[in-house]
Design a protein around this ligand. Structure first.
Ligand code: ZN
Ligand code: ZN
Length: 254
């Protein structure tokens, strides 16, 4: 499989995964124009996208879904409560409700939803498997048992590393917002994400792409520094990358 984060962060999330001629998106939280543009930057076009899987109803995950789906006649998959709580697509024929533990096959890829802890109606993350396994896990308040079990057997992780605790504490965000971000239904900190990988990932983890970094409470370097704890483990050397809000990552080959 090949994968790229076309965008990640509170301004929009969109992940591209491809197996042979079939490809999917997980989230479409940037404009359709930007999705097409960024697909072009990694040498891909939207005509081969067979499905869009939505994680939850927040606008940074659905912004471009409606127009992209209608323009290219792409089915959208999302949990029933996610669908009920946002304007996901004005063409109801393209909307496919799934359960929060359901799997869908697209070509040779199996896309499996699993629940996560976040302030949304029925949020999920997704695994994409075809023998190898990619997990896309963002917008998590903490590393719940579902996150731990999927971190433990993935070959590639797009994992939220949202904020540095000290920058958040000392920053200008109002108290209620800081409290929510730090809560079990908010966003995971760099150090908690790093420890989750340190304690649970296996040596098969090849790529780790830090995702959904806060613009105000994190920097790529601070996030990378937190993951230096991984050096504590012998024979554990995943390659670590940062996803960006403005440009796609490279197209990783797994
Ligand atoms: Zn988000
Ligand atoms: Zn969210």
């Amino acid at each position: 499989m090949k994968a790229s984060a076309l965008a990640s962060g509170s301004s929009g999330n969109c992940f591209f995964i491809e197996d042979k001629r079939d490809s999917i998106l997980v989230d479409a939280g940037i404009s359709t124009k930007q999705i097409i543009l960024r697909l072009g930057l990694i040498g891909k076009n939207p005509e081969n996208i067979k499905a869009i899987f939505i994680t939850h109803e927040h606008s940074d995950h659905i912004r471009g879904a409606d127009y992209l789906a209608r323009k290219f006649n792409i089915p959208i998959f999302a949990t029933k409560k996610t669908i009920e709580n946002c304007d996901i697509c004005s063409n109801e024929d393209l909307i496919n409700p799934i359960n929060n533990n359901e799997s869908v096959d697209i070509g040779r890829m199996r896309i499996e939803a699993f629940s996560k802890s976040h302030r949304a109606f029925d949020p999920v993350s997704y695994n994409i498997s075809n023998g190898n396994k990619i997990s896309i896990i963002t917008d998590i308040g903490y590393a719940c048992p579902n996150v731990i079990s999927n971190v433990s057997d993935s070959d590639m992780l797009f994992l939220e590393s949202n904020h540095d605790v000290d920058i958040l504490e000392n920053g200008h965000y109002p108290y209620f917002l800081k409290k929510w971000i730090k809560s079990d239904i908010g966003h995971i900190s760099n150090i908690d994400a790093a420890n989750c990988v340190l304690e649970n990932a296996r040596s098969r983890l090849k790529y780790l792409v830090l995702s959904h970094l806060s613009e105000n409470n994190n920097t790529p370097q601070v996030a990378l520094d937190s993951f230096s704890v991984l050096r504590k483990r012998n024979r554990f050397n995943p390659r670590i990358f940062i996803s960006d809000r403005y440009c796609p990552t490279e197209l990783f080959n797994i």
